[in-house]
Design a protein around this ligand. Structure first.
Ligand code: SAH
Length: 269
């Protein structure tokens, strides 16, 4: 889909904080792209506020255009990035940075990934699929932003977080979207989530020194895993994006560009 085919969003930039706007129809909802995605964002028409009083659809479309310019071509991914309001997932003090291609703090020493990285990983995960993915497992819910994006790309999303504070925050951040296909779990994602397996795709938002065996075991044949992994041993901190394809003939591993993610940790807190 070319960008020209997209419906135009209100060409209005309004960052005024405080005064809630009069009710307006679904903001940036998936009014384009696959019909399946269209059903997923159920923001009630006439929702009372824009979260932070931000009329963000034009800024978000600008972000989507930049992502396309950076080489993201998957129409469903671009559509999902245009639909989910990232500014609702960050502190009010950071709202005006929400659509910049930058990671931002979300509390407890963790960060929300850059839009460029979220869309890159989502595109890798989809691997050119024509429709939605089946079941997807995300390790590291954080503030819930990427989980919301994934919920528009897959039939079911299981997202697991080891920090109770962030798990609760994600639940709160996601409430307004009422995404019935997104399941938030509190626990140690090192063990994956066997009850939802096998997964068509697994994505990690935190990087360890190796991909846990449980993730590979819980991946369906034909499925794909995308995770940041520390390159080399030790604490050099250098990470690269790793793609593992599980085929009938075995595993195929590809190491891609350098990335910078928070560490994958064991246990819950
Ligand atoms: N996708 C998130 C990114 C959050 S940062 C977002 O959109 O906000 C990565 C998250 O991974 C952190 O919240 C961190 O607590 C979590 N994490 C690290 N190790 C984990 C583990 N073993 N199980 C579950 N979550 C883990």
């Amino acid at each position: 889909m070319s960008m020209k085919e997209r419906p135009s969003f209100p060409a209005r930039l309004d960052f005024s904080v405080g005064k809630p706007k009069a009710s307006r129809p679904v903001s940036g909802g998936v009014a384009h792209g696959a019909g399946a995605a269209r059903q997923a964002v159920r923001q009630p028409a006439g929702a009372p506020s824009q979260g932070h009083g931000m009329d963000s659809s034009a800024v978000r479309m600008n972000m989507v255009q930049k992502l396309a310019g950076q080489g993201i071509t998957d129409a469903l991914v671009l559509s999902a990035m245009g639909a989910i309001e990232r500014h609702r997932f960050v502190d009010s003090a950071l709202v005006n940075q929400a659509y910049e291609d930058t990671s931002l703090p979300i509390g407890l020493g963790q960060t929300i990934s850059k839009p460029g990285v979220v869309s890159r990983m989502a595109e890798l995960l989809r691997n050119g699929a024509s429709g939605r993915l089946g079941r997807v497992l995300e390790i590291g819910t954080g503030c819930g932003y990427q989980a919301a994006v994934l919920s528009l790309l897959a039939d079911e999303v299981y997202s697991i977080e080891r920090l109770r504070g962030l798990h609760d925050k994600a639940r709160e951040n996601l409430r307004h979207l009422r995404l019935a296909n997104l399941h938030l779990l509190f626990g140690d994602g090192m063990a994956g989530y066997a009850k939802g397996a096998p997964y068509a795709a697994i994505i990690a938002a935190a990087g360890g020194e190796a991909v846990p065996q449980a993730w590979v075991d819980q991946l369906a044949v034909g499925g794909r895993l995308v995770a940041p992994v520390s390159a080399g041993t030790g604490s050099s901190g250098k990470q690269a994006l790793m793609v593992i394809d599980k085929t009938a003939q075995g595993l195929r591993q590809t190491v891609l560009e350098a990335v910078h993610f928070v560490p994958l940790k064991s246990g819950v807190a």
